[in-house]
Design a protein around this ligand. Structure first.
Ligand code: ZN
Ligand code: ZN
Length: 348
């Protein structure tokens, strides 16, 4: 993610200059990924939390909640909302904890708990049916973790595998990859194909012309989850907009919807369609969360099964072999892009 983010920063201005105000799904999906989802995920802990950037932290939690909602990540979509609800409640009643959080956010570090929680989830299965047995397993895992000298002495010691020089070069190679990637999107007009797939229940999956892998519905920008997805036939998505289709006085938002500047001002500087979707989602999730608080213990089993769906393994990092000439290759591609743009401008 760090490479994707750093590589993107190097070439973002070129990609934006090329695609301009286009709304095509392929472009907007990867623009959202690189310019919204990845920076939010990277910054939330290492930059915002650890540097006490409270307001930015809250904004980013909200962006991450939108992402969890899109991807239907159960539990995460509720717990982030519960946190936001607490913060806005404390703000509304002027609770002193808000000042404490603003000045000492990084003191509330739950890393140790989170870390053990991940460990526990990795080593427990759906067999855990009660809080009692979960506690027993947790004690066992904790004990095993600390006491097993025999096993730990055989665990290979791993240093961070990359040097600064390697990282710099990998960032440039990522930038090159991204330039080619967006070039393919440009050539294919950002086409996306929807297929219904799945063994038991059929779900929609999306295929972008240049990538063989399928993407879940959550990968599409927020606007595609709203009751009225971005309209590909006209620029402005405001209901009943009578202005011309010209996009010169408007902007495409990160959700994929586009508005004329004037229309956006009339709407109070918010996307009317996505606002509806998020508003409805907040109501649905808070109702479900409140119901859960009243559940009996027997229901725990179901919750734990659901949590297992969210479980994911840490990926191994591959070693990286330095390639000669990345720097000049990137410079050449960037120069070529500028040259093509100058030629096109002369033609017009
Ligand atoms: Zn309009
Ligand atoms: Zn929208």
């Amino acid at each position: 993610m760090y490479l994707a983010n750093s590589g993107w920063k190097l070439i973002k201005h070129l990609v934006i200059a090329r695609f301009g105000n286009t709304k095509i799904t392929g472009y907007r999906t990867f623009f959202d990924l690189l310019d919204n989802l990845i920076p939010a995920t990277l910054d939330i802990y290492t930059v915002l939390f650890r540097n006490n950037k409270f307001d930015e932290y809250i904004d980013t939690i909200y962006r991450l909640w939108c992402m969890m909602r899109r991807f239907q990540r159960h539990n995460y979509d509720k717990i982030l909302l519960a946190f936001l609800s607490d913060v806005y409640y404390w703000k509304s009643i002027g609770h002193p904890i808000i000042e404490t959080l603003k000045n000492n956010l990084n003191m509330f570090d739950e890393y140790i708990i989170e870390n053990f929680h991940s460990l526990l989830r990795r080593h427990t299965t759906a067999k855990v049916s009660s809080s009692k047995s979960l506690r027993r397993d947790a004690l066992f895992i904790d004990n095993f973790r600390n006491e097993n000298l025999f096993a730990t002495s055989f665990v290979p010691k791993r240093d961070y595998p990359y040097k600064k020089k390697d990282l710099d070069e990998m960032i440039k190679r990522t930038a090159l990859f991204l330039l080619n990637f967006f070039d393919e999107i440009w050539k294919n007009d950002g086409k996306v194909e929807k297929k219904m797939e799945g063994k038991r229940t059929k779900k929609p999956y999306y295929y972008f012309t240049s990538i063989p892998t399928s993407f879940p519905f959550g990968a599409l920008p927020l606007g595609y989850h709203s009751p009225i997805p971005p309209n590909m036939k006209k620029f402005c998505d405001k209901k009943f907009c009578k202005k011309s289709t010209s996009d010169s006085e408007g902007e495409v938002l990160i959700c994929g919807h586009a508005y004329h500047e004037e229309c956006f001002r009339v709407l109070g500087l918010k996307c009317e369609h996505c606002y509806k979707y998020l508003d409805k989602s907040i109501n649905e999730l808070t109702n479900s969360y409140n119901q859960r608080l009243h559940l009996e213990e027997a229901q725990l089993e179901l919750d734990i099964n659901e949590m297992d769906e969210d479980n994911c393994e840490l990926e191994e990092t591959d070693s990286y072999k330095s390639k000669i000439g990345t720097d000049s290759e990137l410079q050449i591609v960037i120069k070529l892009i500028f040259l093509v743009r100058i030629l096109l401008a002369k033609k017009c």
